[in-house]
Write a protein that binds this ligand. Structure first.
Ligand code: HEM
Length: 307
């Protein structure tokens, strides 16, 4: 995401201090911005403008710090003048005449929404593949058959030729949707399954529950990518059984980019390295517990080693 926006690796290892600082602030911002507020349940409090949990204030502080960091990158870019062409998102916004403040708010939409979701999807996919060795072998074979291992890379045009990789990603998003609840507001009073939903109610669509519903999915708790090989279900927002990117007008605008990125990163990770648990997993149990957050996280971060 750093390269997409600024042609820079924002969490590269060269500058660990900057990397951890940036990560910490962004995660904190996401946490504050997505923690349910008392005022969500008692809207009258919202009208009083009170911030009982202090989350709005803290989110504001994080936002200020992020704006300082990004503002510096924008300033450096403006100093370089118009001649240098990076071809990144910042260039695009600048050349279309956006003011600094507009660029900052655009980045605030994109960077937090796009970073954690990708990280979470890759981490869960790797965890499931390490745990489900047959799926890992099938995926490695598919990548081998397409020469991904030898060429050490994968191109965008190869993605459509890798159905099992695609199925593994869909199965990961079914079991571990990075955004488990979609918060939406009712635009008008309506009735759903004999419940009256008053206008302006905050409605949470529980994607996690939909993905684990035994009425929709056979053996819902199992990681079985094969189920998607023979199914027409896709995450483009048309199939209500499977909505990891949401649906309708508020659907994730990053879907096309995210879809390609996850394919490319996962193929590179699985294709180029034979990962295992530390000490070949002896005395080590892979913890698959989830921690509720946005994005949905592994309670214990995944620790795996290349050969
Ligand atoms: C696997 C990766 C991703 C998943 C699963 C995902 C999922 C979602 C979901 C479920 C929503 C809310 C939709 C709704 O409210 O109905 C959303 C919103 C959004 N996503 Fe993504 N996303 C991913 C990656 C990205 C990326 C890479 C970007 C940016 C490049 C991005 C940008 C956004 C933005 C800006 C919104 C807010 C849209 C709005 O408020 O109207 N997402 N995403």
């Amino acid at each position: 995401m750093g390269n997409l926006c600024f042609s820079r690796d924002l969490i590269g290892l060269e500058d660990e201090k900057m990397a951890s600082n940036w990560k910490r602030i962004m995660w904190r911002f996401m946490e504050c911005a997505t923690t349910p507020l008392i005022a969500d349940f008692f809207p009258v409090l919202d009208g009083l403008g009170l911030d009982f949990q202090g989350k709005k204030k803290e989110a504001g502080k994080c936002m200020k710090k992020m704006f300082e960091m990004w503002g510096e990158l924008i300033r450096q870019r403006r100093e370089e003048g118009e001649n240098k062409n990076y071809g990144d998102f910042l260039d695009f916004m600048r050349k279309n005449g956006l003011l600094d403040v507009q660029i900052l708010y655009m980045l605030l939409e994109i960077l937090p929404a796009g970073s954690g979701t990708l990280i979470s999807t890759i981490e869960w996919a790797m965890a499931e593949l390490i745990k489900n060795k047959d799926s890992m072998k099938k995926l490695q074979k598919e990548l081998q058959d397409h020469d991904i291992l030898n060429s050490n890379s994968i191109t965008e045009s190869q993605i459509s030729q890798l159905p099992f990789l695609n199925a593994c990603i869909k199965e990961t998003l079914r079991l571990h949707p990075p955004i488990a609840f979609l918060p939406h507001r009712a635009q008008s009073t309506c009735e759903v399954m004999s419940y009256t939903i008053p206008k302006n109610s905050l409605v949470f669509v529980n994607l996690w529950a939909i993905g684990h519903d035994p009425n929709i999915w056979e053996d819902p708790l199992l990681f079985r990518p094969e189920r998607f090989l023979t199914s027409r279900l896709d995450f483009k927002g048309q199939d209500y059984e499977f909505l990891p990117f949401g649906g309708g007008r508020r659907m994730c605008p990053g879907l096309p980019f995210a879809n390609k990125e996850v394919h490319l990163i996962l193929a590179a990770l699985v294709g180029c390295f034979d990962w295992s648990l530390p000490d070949d997993g002896v005395g080590f149990e892979l913890d698959m517990n989830e921690k509720y957050a946005v994005p949905l996280q592994k309670e214990k971060p995944l620790l795996i080693v290349p050969p």
